[in-house]
Design a protein around this ligand. Structure first.
Ligand code: SF4
Length: 98
């Protein structure tokens, strides 16, 4: 896992709110990262727990929460959670990952 994380580098996650169904699965898996806003859609939170209400806002993925975030990506019915490397913005988990 350590080697894999080093290969991945720093990761950030963002949500395409246009496709979010508002079911809240991501917020159940990783409430430190995802939260539903009053508009019924999921948004990411900053490291200091602030909800980032701009569409497509990104936040860093803390490595201890990577598994929960990846599980959210896999279970997201809207297929709208994207995890990418900060360095080159290549998606490593999500609908646009290879
Ligand atoms: S799991 Fe996906 S579709 Fe469901 S609330 Fe989260 S981002 Fe939206």
């Amino acid at each position: 896992m350590t080697v894999q994380n080093e290969e991945l580098g720093d990761l950030e996650v963002w949500i395409d709110q246009d496709l979010c169904t508002g079911d809240g699965i991501c917020a159940q898996y990783a409430p430190e990262i995802f939260e539903l806003d009053i508009d019924g859609l999921a948004y990411v939170k900053s490291a200091d727990d602030e909800l980032l209400q701009d569409q497509g806002a990104t936040t860093r993925v803390p490595l201890p929460l990577l598994t929960e975030v990846v599980d959210s990506v896999k279970e997201c019915p809207g297929e709208c959670i994207h995890v990418r490397r900060v360095s080159d913005r290549v998606e490593v988990y999500g609908p646009d990952a290879e």
